[in-house]
Ligand binder design. Sequence first.
Ligand SMILES: [Zn+2]
Length: 168
Amino acid sequence: MSSSSSSPRSHTHRTTVGIPSRCWCGSKLTTFGAQTKENLYCRFYRYEVGVKRQSEHHLFKWIDETIIDEIRVVDSKHCQLQEDVQSFKSTTKQCLQEHGKYIDESLLELKRIIHDQKMLLFELRRDPTLPDASLESSVTKSPSPLINISASDIALGTMAWLYAKLST
Ligand SMILES: [Zn+2]
């Protein structure tokens, strides 16, 4: 590959990835069309002065190379994004499954506790040794103060248990 009025592909080749914003010297870049036979009209980035003074080392980059660079960057970002989404999906799925399992177990346990406590309450109401049990069942539908306290204790205990379960 020969060099001519435009800079050669060697030396400064591929030192900047993607579209360059400025030359290494900090100067603004301009686009030019190559005048060489091999790369006629191919466009490149170059500091204006660098085109005239070819002995100076200023950035030179073909525009088609910068586009390929950009495509590669977008490609790799796209791949990374796909991996991230996949990982997020599997993590979320696993998390949801664990939560679902935990909720199912908690519900089962809660059902068991409610059942046990219903049975306990039933036995308490039937217990003849309790002072107000016989009176309560024959006279009024409202439970005796003792049973009231037991029921509220049970309800409170259940709520506390549920809260402890859900907040862990
Ligand atoms: Zn420069």
